[in-house]
Design a protein. Sequence first.
Length: 196
Amino acid sequence: MRLVTLGVGAQNSPRYAPAGLLVAHAGVRVMIDGGPGAEPRGRLDAWLVTDERAELIGAIRRLAAARGLRPRAAGFRKNGVRIERRPVVHTNHPTYGYRIRAVGHTVVWAPEFSEFPRWARGADVMFAEGAAWDHPIRFAGGVGGHMGVLASRTRPGGSRSGASCSRTSDVRLSERSPEARGLPSGRSPLTVRRSS
């Protein structure tokens, strides 16, 4: 299974295209979220979204329509790829994340939430909001928000470390036998390549 992030930003980000994930396996290609500047080249089988009322939905609808698709918050199954829509707590209307399964691996796409989704536990890889909040952000009226995430940690001696952000990451979850690769039984290798 190949997973390619085509954007890592928010709507109107001055630096990055909107967050999107391309899932590809066994000839199947599914885009999740994205938008202008974060749309894949080539054929797609489906275009899924986490929020059918998102600020970028009009632009995503136009991009998907040009490919003969209609973006929707829904599940998807084809050729061993299973993408399950799962609810997240984020705003005052239904919003979702996705649990993606193929080649014995589970991947989660949950770009925005105010409470960690229980259904995401145990995933091999999780793509989640990485905003630099050191406290939760609550929407007016208490209808949702963003979970607090520490952007950096202080190491002994006072130096700081933090996660880096790239415009594109290419993650491959291998079908090869773990034993053939010298890995513990039941686990396959994970490869991440980054490019800017």
